[in-house]
Design a protein around this ligand. Structure first.
Ligand code: ATP
Ligand code: MG
Length: 335
């Protein structure tokens, strides 16, 4: 059998240190992977003058599975978000962002287990828009939703719910105001939901969802929503389980998948051995599940859970005083 190759993109800021942590752990788990390293983001720009070198794109295409650190897109005209580019280029239409409570974090809740499924290529992040007047005082952005796109993401959510024995899917929208785009999404969500009588289907307006998530988050199971709402709601969900350091994400298409942390490059703590690598370690758990390696995924999740629950060498964001490398060591010892 040929070895599964994983494209590893360390990325910017805290990226290289948390990705290194995840790779060490995957090696220890003896997953039999080959790792192909590739550059993207500012790191690549400084070396090659390109944010997304062709070589990196080729490797993602060839290996089909990538583990990626956060990438910084320089602010300013002419730079399209690298993450958005990757999602579009490889048609990674589903962004799967699970949050799960571990005891021992500083979170306000104990029993959170929510998966946000975010549409990843359409809506407000379609990248369409322009400045309308010469003085730059008027600008517009275009949000586009297609029936095909909505159907694909909602079906993805229900199939995942079915596979994982989840009870409820909540479609989050703003169809009362955004009648055309969010209206189409909701209409399709209702149609798809009707095909899954064994799963409870509910719908909720996005602003109310934010309040409900803060007041009574235990009512949520799987959330499916459009691009912008999903981005915001998944950060909110990360806050429910102890912050961005705890939140992984998978970008999944029909052919390729890229696993990453939900957070950005955290320049404020970069290079200081302060970052919590749990986000990318749990993204590796998602990757193992995607590759059908459920036993190893469970072992890894349990090891991280144990480190955090016992407060053994946890990072500062979790209330501990250890660094990225000590935390990683604590996880390695449990494997
Ligand atoms: P970007 O524009 O790249 O998304 P951002 O401004 O949204 O960046 P993040 O990088 O997502 O910022 O970080 C937000 C805050 O969360 C920062 O204070 C950062 O230090 C903290 N943070 C993010 N990731 C981690 C982590 N893995 N461990 C500890 N703290 C983190
Ligand atoms: Mg951010």
């Amino acid at each position: 059998m040929t070895k599964q190759k994983i494209t590893v993109i360390p990325g910017d800021g805290i990226g290289p240190s948390i990705i290194e942590s995840a790779v060490q752990i995957l090696k220890k788990l003896e997953c039999g992977f080959d790792f192909d390293y590739a550059d993207a983001g500012l790191t690549a720009y400084e070396k090659t003058g390109e944010l997304l070198p062709q070589q990196t794109l080729d490797l993602i295409e060839q290996n089909k599975v990538a583990l990626k650190g956060p990438l910084t897109t320089p602010v300013g005209e002419g730079f399209t978000s690298i993450n958005v580019t990757l999602r579009k280029k490889f048609a990674l239409y589903a962004n799967l962002r699970p949050v799960l409570s571990f005891k021992g974090t500083r979170a306000r809740y104990e029993n959170i287990d929510i998966i946000t499924i975010r549409e990843n290529t359409q809506g407000m992040y379609s990248g369409l828009g322009q400045t309308l007047s010469d003085d730059g005082a008027t600008a517009e952005a275009k949000s586009q939703i297609t029936r095909e796109g909505a159907e694909a993401i909602v079906t993805f959510a229900y199939e995942l719910a079915k596979k994982e024995g989840r009870k409820k899917v909540t479609a989050v929208h703003k169809a009362n105001i955004l009648k055309s785009t969010s209206g189409l999404f909701l209409k399709v969500a209702r149609e798809v939901g009707a095909r899954y009588p064994d799963i409870e289907s509910t719908e909720m307006i996005v602003d109310n969802t934010c309040m409900q998530l803060v007041m009574n988050p235990e009512q949520f199971d799987v959330i499916v929503t459009t691009n912008l709402f999903g981005d915001i709601i998944s950060d909110l969900c990360a806050g429910l389980v102890g912050g961005l350091g705890m939140a992984p994400g998978a970008n999944i298409g029909t052919d390729c998948a890229i696993f990453e942390a939900v957070h950005g490059s955290a320049p404020d703590i970069a290079g200081k051995n302060l970052a919590n690598p749990t986000s990318v370690i749990l993204a590796s758990v998602q990757m193992l599940e995607y590759l059908g390696m459920k036993d190893k995924a469970d072992r890894l999740r349990n090891a991280v859970r144990d480190v955090i629950e016992t407060g053994d060498r946890t990072t500062r964001d979790l209330g501990g005083s250890a660094g990225t490398t000590e935390f990683t060591q604590a996880v390695l010892e449990r494997l």
